[in-house]
Design a protein around this ligand. Structure first.
Ligand SMILES: [Zn+2]
Ligand SMILES: [Zn+2]
Length: 119
């Protein structure tokens, strides 16, 4: 009798996939802080508040997906700023060798032109 609470405690609902999982990370623990989970979750179209009534746990699968997403966004952001500064400051052949886009301006498009068709 009175064992309903026990049944609920077999797992935790993941905030992101809404599935009940045994292994989860609580968003407000030092481990989550170390993984910057709250920061990474801000990139998603959801908002998490410490005092909302929704689950504060995320399963391991979602954590790794979140990390992959975060890495991708960082990469896009970085390459975007590289492209922007390249276009703004590296024009007229003043692209320094340390620029990741160095040398890429020499496009090979002209090779696509068909020359000497005499038939
Ligand atoms: Zn999940
Ligand atoms: Zn450049």
């Amino acid at each position: 009798m009175g064992s309903t609470a026990k049944a609920i405690m077999t797992g935790f609902i993941c905030r992101l996939c809404s599935e009940q999982k045994k292994v989860v990370i609580h968003l407000y623990t030092s481990r989550a802080k170390k993984l910057k989970l709250l920061k990474k979750i801000k990139l998603l179209p959801i908002s998490v508040d410490k005092y909302d009534n929704l689950p504060k746990t995320i399963c391991e699968q979602c954590v790794s997906k979140l990390e992959a997403q975060y890495d991708l966004l960082q990469k896009i952001r970085r390459s975007n700023s590289v492209h922007r500064s390249h276009r703004m400051h590296h024009s007229n052949g003043r692209c320094p060798a340390e620029c990741p886009l160095h040398g890429e301006d020499e496009s090979t498009e002209s090779e696509m032109e068909v020359q000497g068709t005499s038939s």
